[in-house]
Design a protein around this ligand. Structure first.
Ligand code: ADP
Length: 191
C-alpha cells in the first residue's frame, strides 16, 4: 500500500501516519523528521537544510529527493509506505510522478488530506511548542509555515483530485476517530 498524508502544520499528520504505518505494516517516511535527524547528525544534507528549517521555508527539492529516493524504493520492496510531508509542492509531485512512471509499483495510490481549521491548528501548535520545543513552532515561524502551505502545498490538492486519488478527511476529531475515518475509506478502496 502506498499513501501520502497532506495537512497544515499541526493537523496531526505525524500522529496519523505513525498509526497507519503500524496498522497496514508499511514504512512511515516523514520528510520533516528525516530532515531534523540529518540536521542533528550534521550530515551534508543536514548542513545544507538547517537554515531553511529554522526559517520555516521549504528545503530545495534536490536535497529532499536525494534524502528520500532510497528509503522510498526500499519501502516499496517491503510492502509500501505512508509518506508524511513529501511531495509538498506541485513541482515535487510532478517530478515524483514522472520518476514513478518509469518504475513499476512505486506510484501513490491514495492521498489523504486532513482538514483542520486555523484556530484549532494554532491551539495545537502552541501546546506542541510547550511540550516539544521544536525551533520552528514559535508564533512568527508558524505564521510563515501556514503561508508556505497555502501558497506552495495547497495546489497539490487539485493535482491529486484531478487524478482521482484525493481523500478529504475531517481532522478536527479525536485521534481515534480520525484514524477510523481514514481506514474506513482506505479499506473501501481495496488497494
Ligand atoms: P509541518 O508540516 O508540521 O510544518 P514537517 O515536520 O512536515 O512539519 O516539516 C518541517 C519542515 O521541514 C518544513 O517547514 C520544511 O522546512 C521541511 N520540509 C519537510 N518536508 C519537505 C519537503 N517535501 N520539501 C521541502 N521542505 C520540506
Amino acid at each position: 500500500m502506498r499513501l501520502l498524508l497532506v495537512a497544515y502544520p499541526g493537523a496531526g499528520k505525524g500522529t496519523q501516519a505513525t498509526k497507519l504505518a503500524t496498522h497496514y505494516k508499511i514504512a512511515h517516511l516523514s520528510s520533516g523528521e528525516l530532515l531534523r535527524t540529518e540536521v542533528a547528525s550534521g550530515t551534508k544534507i543536514g548542513t545544507a537544510a538547517a537554515d531553511y528549517l529554522r526559517r520555516g521555508d521549504l528545503v530545495p527539492d534536490e536535497l529532499v529527493f536525494e534524502m528520500l529516493s532510497a528509503p522510498i524504493l526500499e519501502a516499496v520492496s517491503t510492502g509500501g509506505y505512508v509518506l508524511d510531508g513529501f511531495p509538498r509542492t506541485l513541482s515535487q509531485a510532478e517530478e515524483a510522478y514522472s520518476v514513478a512512471q518509469e518504475i513499476k509499483g512505486v506510484e501513490l495510490q491514495a492521498v489523504i488530506y486532513l482538514r483542520v481549521g486555523q484556530e484549532e491548528l494554532l491551539g495545537r501548535l502552541r501546546a506542541r511548542a510547550d511540550r516539544e520545543g521544536r525551533t520552528d513552532d514559535d508564533e512568527v515561524t508558524v505564521a510563515h509555515r501556514f503561508k508556505v502551505f497555502e501558497t506552495q502545498t495547497e495546489p497539490l490538492l487539485d493535482f491529486y483530485a484531478s487524478r482521482g486519488i484525493l481523500l478529504d478527511i475531517n481532522g478536527e476529531q479525536a485521534v481515534a476517530d480520525v484514524f477510523d475515518d481514514i481506514t474506513r475509506v482506505i479499506d473501501g478502496l481495496q488497494i
